[in-house]
Ligand binder design. Sequence first.
Ligand SMILES: Cc1cc2nc3c(=O)[nH]c(=O)nc-3n(C[C@H](O)[C@H](O)[C@H](O)COP(=O)(O)OP(=O)(O)OC[C@H]3O[C@@H](n4cnc5c(N)ncnc54)[C@H](O)[C@@H]3O)c2cc1C
Length: 488
Amino acid sequence: MPARTGAEFLDRLSRTRTHVEIQGETLTGAIAGHPAFANVVRSYAALFDLQHAPEYRNILTYPSPTTGDPVATSFLVPRTAEDLAKRSRAYKVWADASFGLLGRTGDYLNSALMALSQARDWFAQADPAFAGNIAAYYELVREQDLLLTHTLIPPQVNRSVSGSQQGGGALMARIVGHDDSGITVSGARMLATIGPIADELLVFPSTVLRAVADDAPYAFAFAIPCDTPGLRFICRQSLDHTPEAGRTHRDAPLSSRFEEMDAVVVFDDVHVPSERIFMLGHPELCNGFYSATDAVVHMTHQVVCRTTAKTEFFLGLVSLLTEAIGIDQFGHVLEDIAEIVIALETARAMMRAAEADAAVNEFGVLTPAWAPLNACRNWYPKTSQRFPAIVRKLGASGLMALPTEADLAGDAAADIDLYLQAKNLNATSRIRLFRLAWDAALSDFAGRQALYEYYFFGDPVRMAEALVRGYDRGVYKERVRQFLNRED
Ligand SMILES: Cc1cc2nc3c(=O)[nH]c(=O)nc-3n(C[C@H](O)[C@H](O)[C@H](O)COP(=O)(O)OP(=O)(O)OC[C@H]3O[C@@H](n4cnc5c(N)ncnc54)[C@H](O)[C@@H]3O)c2cc1C
């Protein structure tokens, strides 16, 4: 099957029987019709449709090496600079469709899978069968254009011990059975975003496992359909409040479109067939899963494109907002806007450096330079927290003087028209703009976005630790040492 359309995505979802717990309700199907998912499912369907839009299909797809049919560009194995540029153009087209607010669009994990499949020799160290499994799985996902999500970290019960030591070892998802047909897994993983609407779940290594025998039952990588028996997703409350309140996209323009659900993942004697297992029982290999294969580089390449789209969104939003109420001439306001401009140009420069210094890795994949991408993924989680803060500072009471769309046609219409106009906008346009700003900076959806960016790649504190430990500072230390030794 070539790259899917939105209708094909919806058709498959309508036949999926994923077990979802949400606000006291149990769902085992009809996900797309549920108020918590209906709007975001529409947004995902629209992304699939973009793959067939005449103006984007040459960017978003390429001919499948096996069938010649168009398949998604995020599966393209980059061999040349043009391939890499095509990949980032495709990321950006999808990211722009949601201002980068959809964080789990398929291209994110497709990129990981592309890199993993090319690193099949690395998998063969553990078992030659795993090399074949990862290659076959990549091809399956590419040809069926499946939507993937992933779950990595153990439940947050007691972080003073390793995941495998929590609750006597019985909390974190682990292997409880093994036979000729595969493994059986029980326990939990903390979170999977879009679990209820995805086709497949990647259960990849947790961030750090101890290289000891006790951690072997927790060391694995596999992929299963989201409706595998025994697999359950326990959702948080939905942040898309429009369906229950009978309100419109105008009232919550972002959360009513881009609210991606997060869910705890429970494995209750889940059977994983052998052919879906990519790694088993090698904690030390699991710890290198993303770096040794360069999967993390290609994932970060996608993320920087997405977050660039998000930064551009905040720049456009803050510019319109400040012009609307006539504060765009004040120095400190321009200083805040400059902060976003500088962030945008910094991200673009890091991306450009990563692509310009790309090199072919040991698996024959042209891979962006890691140092600038790694710097970017350490920098953005903190920098991005400033954007909603700037919107709140500059929007001020305008972010609260916000009648709903229904009020625009109600008894208060005349008052609203008079008192809520802006310097260059009538009241309706001003309310719509400020409503957008509220959903970007102040709503519960905005809060989740900020948390999401902060923890996107893991705990920034420990990421910074790893960055410094892995960065070669020897030459700089030596330069300073030599200066200290100068006698002149
Ligand atoms: C909105 C959202 C969506 C997510 N989606 C997914 C997903 O789809 N799939 C997925 O796998 N994960 C997902 N995550 C999880 C994400 O990977 C984690 O939030 C991140 O790795 C941090 O882990 P944690 O939340 O367990 O925080 P914790 O590790 O519990 O950390 C909490 C605090 O304690 C501190 N701390 C804890 N342990 C230590 C330590 N050993 N040393 C120093 N400080 C420590 C941290 O610095 C932090 O401030 C998502 C998270 C969010 C917020």
